[in-house]
Design a protein around this ligand. Sequence first.
Ligand code: IPE
Ligand code: IPE
Ligand code: MG
Length: 258
Amino acid sequence: MVCSSLDKTSECLKLSEHKSLPRHVAIIMDGNSRWAEAKSLPRVAGHKEGAQAVKRCIKAAIQNNIPWLTLYAFSSENWRRTPEEIADLTALLRYYLKFEARKLHKEGVCVRIIGDSARFDEKLQREFKAIEQLTEKNTRLILTLALSYGGRGEIIQAVQRIAKDVQVHKIKPTQVTEEVFAQYLFAPDIPDPDLIVRTSGECRLSNFLLWQSAYAELVFVETLWPDFNEEHFNYILNIYVRRDRRFGSRPGLKISDK
Ligand code: IPE
Ligand code: IPE
Ligand code: MG
């Protein structure tokens, strides 16, 4: 089901007082190109406006005291786009990281990058390192950017590293439990997302956090990413707090009883 409007937000629960807000929100930021096309603008205009929506989203996460926010910004499959669009996207990313780094740092945001960052050019990779190092001690919001990220690729790299560790007798095959496996993923210290949101009306994961999404609540909204704002963020939190998370257990069991 796609939630289509911001109706009834006013009569919603007071989020800041609600006990069951998600700890980790992950967002598939989709719809930039359709936003631009609808306005007869070049695709890059949609990506530029998408970067503004990222700022609004981070602000909303901080306002709601969400400790972990993960944003899917570029998938491993997005390398299939035209060289021109990839150049536009990487240029925008470099600009964003360069100019937002100090502001994010001042806000207490810790920026992490997951994905196959080696596929980006060296200049951009230096930007990744710089922002990660500058913000590494911050704790107000852990902002993970998924860049050149694919869930299957992440699982494969984990399997390869586990196989190596088995080969050198660091670990026995029977010791590979779910918990141990998760330690080989890109960000083992970050909890699984409680809530995964996708904008633009598409109802698929597109290779995002395949392992970690096992028990995430999924919310699909019609809003195109460049239009996303603080109100939309509150709206999705309100949908989340009404959900009954069961984890295979009996209905009505509270998350804290898990
Ligand atoms: C999302 O917008 C941004 C990236 C995938 C990089 P799209 O460019 O996919 O926009 P739509 O989905 O085609 O409208
Ligand atoms: C998914 O969006 C990836 C990101 C939002 C970064 P896409 O637009 O690339 O996904 P598909 O191709 O519609 O599945
Ligand atoms: Mg898309």
